[in-house]
Design a protein around this ligand. Structure first.
Ligand code: ZN
Length: 199
């Protein structure tokens, strides 16, 4: 016998398929949503569909944006000669929150992981190399996580870029090993950036 109606089970299954949401949380959310007014549920559903329809990757840095060029890439006051390479938009947001980094970014949307079968062509590396074609870029700061995948990715990118003559640096390892950048406080992030070393 099914505990809940088919419709509730369907909602629970969809929610439970999201990252970080276990079955218990999915049930809690499902019941909460059922208890919401029809108008609020519609707003939530619209927000999901709207975001999916309008958000895409920035043509240059691959960050998520509503416009063809994200506000950072489009800002002439930013230092267009420096690119910081991060694994995901959350890491970018962490550095933006410090308000001290003036350069541009490049979002890889992942990291190389031979164990998970994620190779260089599965992340947005080709797009990074394309950005180095003209000689505006003088330095690439690799700010991937200090996990095995992050280090593997950093090494790979460094080998790829070095022959082009562009300076390649790596943020300092003051960032705890295996630590996700987004959970690290601003002071540590800035120290990691200032203490970056040549690769
Ligand atoms: Zn951009």
């Amino acid at each position: 016998m099914n505990l809940y109606s088919g419709h509730i089970n369907h909602l629970i299954d969809e929610l439970a398929a999201l990252p970080g949401i276990g079955n218990k949380s999915a049930q809690r959310l499902a019941f909460y949503i059922i208890g919401m007014s029809g108008e609020r549920v519609q707003r939530l559903a619209d927000a999901l569909v709207d975001a999916k329809q309008h958000v895409h990757y920035c043509r240059v840095c691959q960050n998520l944006t509503d416009t063809e060029l994200c506000p950072i890439c489009a800002d002439p006051k930013r230092d267009h000669s420096t690119i910081m390479v991060v694994e995901n938009p959350r890491d970018l947001a962490a550095y933006e929150k410090t308000g001290k980094y003036q350069g541009l970014y490049h979002v890889l949307h992942g990291a190389i992981s031979p164990m998970l079968g994620i190779g260089p062509s599965d992340i947005r590396l080709k797009e990074l190399i394309q950005r180095l074609q003209d000689d505006t870029v003088k330095e690439v700061i690799i700010a991937t996580n200090s996990s095995l995948e992050g280090e593997t990715t950093a090494m790979y990118i460094s080998k790829l870029i070095k022959p082009t003559g562009v300076r390649v640096t790596r943020i300092a390892s003051g960032v705890p090993v295996g630590g996700d950048l987004e959970y690290i406080d601003e002071v540590t992030l800035l120290r990691a950036l200032e203490g970056r070393t040549e690769l």
